[in-house]
Every structure is written in structure tokens, then in C-alpha cells.
Design a protein around this ligand. Sequence first.
Ligand SMILES: [Zn+2]
Length: 325
Amino acid sequence: MKMQQVSDHCFAVLNEKNRVCDANSGLINRGGGVVIDTQSDLPHARQMIEMFGKVWPAMPKRVVNTHEDGDHVWGNQLFEGAEIIAHKSVPERMKLEAAPEETQQLINGVKDPAKRKFLEEHHPGAAAAGKQLAEDYDLGGVELVPPTTLFEERYELDLDGTEAHLIYVGPCHQVGDTIIHVPKERVVFAGDVLFRQCTPMGWTGSFQQWFQCLDLIDQLNPEVIVPGHGPICGLEGVREMKAYLQYVIEESKGCFADGLTSLDAAKRMEFGPYGDWRAPARLYMNVERAYREFRNDPADAPWDKLATFDAIYTVAKAKGIEAEF
Ligand SMILES: [Zn+2]
């Protein structure tokens, strides 16, 4: 984990391994202090608070959750008394998507020899994902703390003369997707609408909405973007992400027309120029999302998480690479 200053008053804490749950956090050290996203467990959240403490000595008065996924909200409880701001969908969606028990059960499962054996036999992908998570994370003590201030389309903060605009852009990666634009400093905190040098994982929404959101970031013309996952970037990160999604949807169209399942399609498709992004076999999820659109499935159709990990694992094995999530 490292802290990086990205403009006069904007900072990022980056999880450099860049695998699942390695989410970034942001800080604006003006107007009481604003933290953006709170990490995946309490030890990581404490480390983030300590790092930001070097540039903002008090506990920040505000927290923004860019969306409902656990890796962006599981440290909320450490910001006692803070105003926590998110899109209006987030409180309900958090209960569905970020119940810490489910992930903790997987992490504990792989630590128990009998349970691990069962998982390895029946869900080899979930077992591998659990082992990877157990290397870095322990969700012990995490309690879901929902946002206290909800907004619909847009919410503006005046931080002692520096404005921060919260703009709702979902659903493209999750239902609650929000970006934070600091115009004066030409910074965008993008949350998970932008993955950088790692393969995106989209859960709900549509490709169309995702493209629109990336176009919006382009129009805002920031100098620096802090993605939800991966190193900071400029607009080249947005354009690469868009090109990736376009590549996936085009390739998926052909496979769908050939009658392949989404899993077989992901196995057949080349990683192309994206093979050196972290966890390239997460391609499966993006193909499956494209298939859901081709089939006119509801945008928020649920995912079986164990089966999803298994499918990513199967794709990695088919490609002869280490399974990484
Ligand atoms: Zn995330």
C-alpha cells in the first residue's frame, strides 16, 4: 500500500497488488477532509487512515462510497460520526452485495483442512480465490455501516472554496456507481468504472451505460484519474478501458452467434493486447455480461459467486496460466 499525491489537495492510497479486493482510496484534504472508499478490511482501513493522517491530521468529516461493493465500504465503521455519502441505491444494495460473512466464510473455509478439501473438489476456483484472499485479508470485526446522506443524480460539496462534484453514473459496473470530480484540480476519483492494468469485473448495468460514463470522464478532461483498482492515470486509462470493453463485446457477438456458452467463448477468445493486465481470465465475467445483454436478461440478474470464481479458474487453466482473481 502506498500514498500518492495527485494534485494540490487530492491524494490516493493505492493497493499495488491490484487483485480482487485491492481497491484504492482517495482523500481531499480540504473543508474537513473527505475520504473516498474505505478499503476491504479493518487492518487495511487503519493503514489507509494512518497514511492519510500525514496530510490531514484529523479524522475526515466526510466519507464517499463510490458504490456498494465490500472492498469500497468495509472500513466505513472506523469513521465514527462522519457523514457517509453515496447514491440512494447503496444502503439496500450493500446488504445484498457486501455482506462480509460470505467472503469471510470463504477465507475461513480455506484455512480449515476439511472444508478446504471439499471446496477444492467441488469448487476449485472458489478455493483458489479463497486462498488468494486469505493471503491479504481478514474480515474479522467488519460490520456494515450504511451511508448517512443519499443523493440521486448529483451532489456538490464546497470544501473551503474547492468544489467536489459527486456524479451518479450507474449502473455500469454496479448499481450505485458514482464518480467524484474536483474541477479546480482536474482530478476524477472514478471508483470501479475504471480498472487500470487489471481486468475489469462488472456486476450489473450495461456496456452502453459504461461507455457513456467513460465518455463523460473524457469530457470532464481531468489531468489525473484515480481508478477504483490499479495505478493512477490520465485519459489514456479511460480510452484503454473503453477499447477493452469494445473488444469484449465484439468478440462475444461472434461467439454468441456460433452458439458457444459464455464459458467456452471466454476460453476461445484471445486475451489480445490485454493479456498482461492483472487477472486476465476475469474476461469470463465480461463475456457473460455481454451474453446477458444479448439474451435481454435483467441488468441486475444475480451472480453465483462460487460458480463465477470457478469459471474464471477454468478459463485460466484452459489458457495455461496461473489462476488469479
Ligand atoms: Zn472494487
